[in-house]
Design a binder for this molecule. Sequence first.
Ligand code: HEC
Ligand code: HEC
Length: 338
Amino acid sequence: MVHRLIPLGLVLAAGVLHAQTPAPASKQGGAAPAIFSMRPAAAYDVSKLPDDHYGRLVRYGKELTDRTFAYIGPEVKDQKMRFAGNNLACASCHQVSATKKFAIPWVGAHATFPQYRGREDEVSTVEDRVNGCMERSMAGKRLPLDSREMKAFVTYMHFLSKDVPTGGKVEGQGLPPFKAPDRRADTVAGSKVFIEKCASCHGAEGAGVRAGAVGSATGYTFPPLWGKDSFNNGAGMGRLLFASAFIKTNMPLGAEHGKPQLTDDQAYDVAAFVLSKPRPVKAHLERDFPARWNKPVDAPFPPYVDGASADQHKYGPFGPLQEKMKTLKESLMKASGR
Ligand code: HEC
Ligand code: HEC
């Protein structure tokens, strides 16, 4: 492993888009942690693990990640196992079994928990984080902590994170920072990008291409991007800056960090077009970000403490909102007694 000092710029930039919103290293006290490089996908081959309890759980975790719909999806035979509300797989977003750089990989994720999370204003565990995606990205219900499925997810994450020390940073975690164009996103321009660059796989109606018949719990060859079988409006992917970063870096299929196939403008507009479409609605989103100063400017649901419109929080421009939040943060914190 190559150890080097953490470049502060990278930490700050990562704070914009990574789930952890880490404090700058200098404020954490002590030495900055080293940055680890993710290993090539072959290093995460689960087939080489022994056939013991750990090996079996890791393998089931990977299988659940790739074929979530077949085990805990809304079409599985055993009704008690229908935890997910849609037929996506975790790997629909956490690509290549959650080992692809800058596609929100889980390599190192296990080692960064427990962590402070703004959405809850609490220190939460990796199990809470799995359930965050279960309730939002998968539009479903929480997995019980003592279920074999929860244990399998966490054990797979443990396996992927085995060389990363607690508090360690992994290059390629989360999504790369996305510099949003300083304007409202243009959904009409986005619809043209969609037809040209996305519809061939995801379908002109964004409904994706199913792998089998409806009801067969076989998921999708190309996942839906909106409609009733998609992520809900409380999901991370439902935020324009997150979706733009994911799409710019990882779509159309084959794109990767440093080899994008879209410009920033195209990614921003097509993401806005996708997010302008209907999708499942999550109840009680007003309970998110109880410490209001933590609320990202692109969270597309009320309350909006800065007085700006719902439209601007959904479609930008975000620069002015970010500026406003900086000035509001202190008074919001004072008002709550912090
Ligand atoms: C629709 C896309 C999508 C799907 C499907 C999805 N996730 Fe996520 N996941 C995200 C996004 C976006 C983030 C980071 C943003 C955030 O904090 O909300 C994330 C973050 C995570 C993290 C934290 C990663 C880190 O670097 O700290 C974990 C763990 C996780 N997801 C687990 C799961 C599991 C388990 C499933 C399947 C049951 C799943 N996700 C399905 C989009 C998705
Ligand atoms: C060649 C086929 C292909 C094209 C073209 C393509 N995608 Fe995808 N997309 C996929 C596949 C397959 C996945 C699931 C992840 C995987 O298997 O790596 C995916 C996943 C996604 C996801 C996350 C999962 C979900 O269902 O929400 C989003 C968002 C997305 N694509 C948006 C786009 C956008 C926007 C475009 C056009 C700029 C695009 N894709 C073009 C194949 C494609």
